[in-house]
Design a binder for this molecule. Sequence first.
Ligand SMILES: *Cc1c(COP(=O)(O)O)cnc(C)c1O
Length: 393
Amino acid sequence: MMEKKTAMADRRQFESALIHGGLFGDPLTGSVNTPIYQTSTYQQPELGTNPEWEYSRTGNPTRAALEALIAELEGGSAGFAFASGMAAITAVLQLFQSGDKVLISSNVYGGTYRVLDKVFKPFGLNYGIVDTSDPAALDAAITEDVAAILVESPANPLMTVTDLACVSRIAHAHGVLSIVDNTFMTPYLQRPLELGADIVIHSATKYLGGHSDLVAGLVVVRDEGLAERLAFLQNATGGVLGPFDSFLLIRGIKTLAVRMDRHVANAERAARWLQAHDAVARVYYPGLPEDAGYEVNRRQAKNGGAMISFILKDDYDYRAFFKSLRLIILGESLGGVESLVCHPATMTHASIPHELRLKVGITDNLIRLSVGLEHIDDLLADLQQAIAASKLN
Ligand SMILES: *Cc1c(COP(=O)(O)O)cnc(C)c1O
């Protein structure tokens, strides 16, 4: 029904693959866009024909187009679309068994920590927290029961950079899987499979969707055995993405490169502006040469991305800062066209116990900014007026 333009796929650049990648074409009408196959089931011609499409949990053409697209963009052999980033992470964690242990970086997404601690641990799948930006610490943490290492780089919310090639080398030396949550970078800026990772995960809710209008998750692998197991898990546990959201996500991905270029240009300007500001005590952004993760990030990613965290000096009230913003929206999530600001301690990372939060550097005055596509002058003006309004006498 839909075919892959493999001859071109070998030659085209990433920007072209965003628009033409994956499954392609609609023989019925020639529709330029992937049709939304809003159906749960498919008519079978007769008994015992084993049709390509039989039930939409198992497979749906719109979802299949998206899955082929993300597989191509990440350089994998198979992609899987889920109803959310957490559904994607959950499916990946279901690859493991009671008695196994998953190592996670100390700054992983709060929901990843929560699902391991509150859902999987009671079933006997253990986890360990390690500073994956320190190779020696990671190597030392790999015990007999470790089955996988799950990392983010840059990691939320301190933008801690982990050397992904190094993590994969250490993982493979011990025979364990290397898993990368690539949400913050997207395959336009960083391709973990090319750096040796076995599994890439996305919350496609963020940059891939790009417009804050859907919740979705993606998984990509290269290994055929892993692909088979994930296809089984996706169908068996059923957290699939629906046809309409699959369509929206394909639509969002088409403009990924142009959006990311502007996101990053704005973020670089904002980071330098914040760094030079009298009221700012610290900026966390791996695109700044002064940042601890700058060199490693530069080796493995196109640039520093568009997520910035910062801390105001003690004579500024961070609560007043949040309250005074007019253009930049206070809200969870990131990666949309609009700039979003969040307070990790009470929002994205509230599920991490206070003591553990402080231990990994998520202080109460930390501010996280997802730099959007507004004009940079308007963004800086909003930051400036909110900083001024938050000054304590
Ligand atoms: C948002 C996010 C998730 C969770 O994804 P949902 O789509 O919200 O379920 C996982 N990892 C990272 C890094 C995220 O930012």
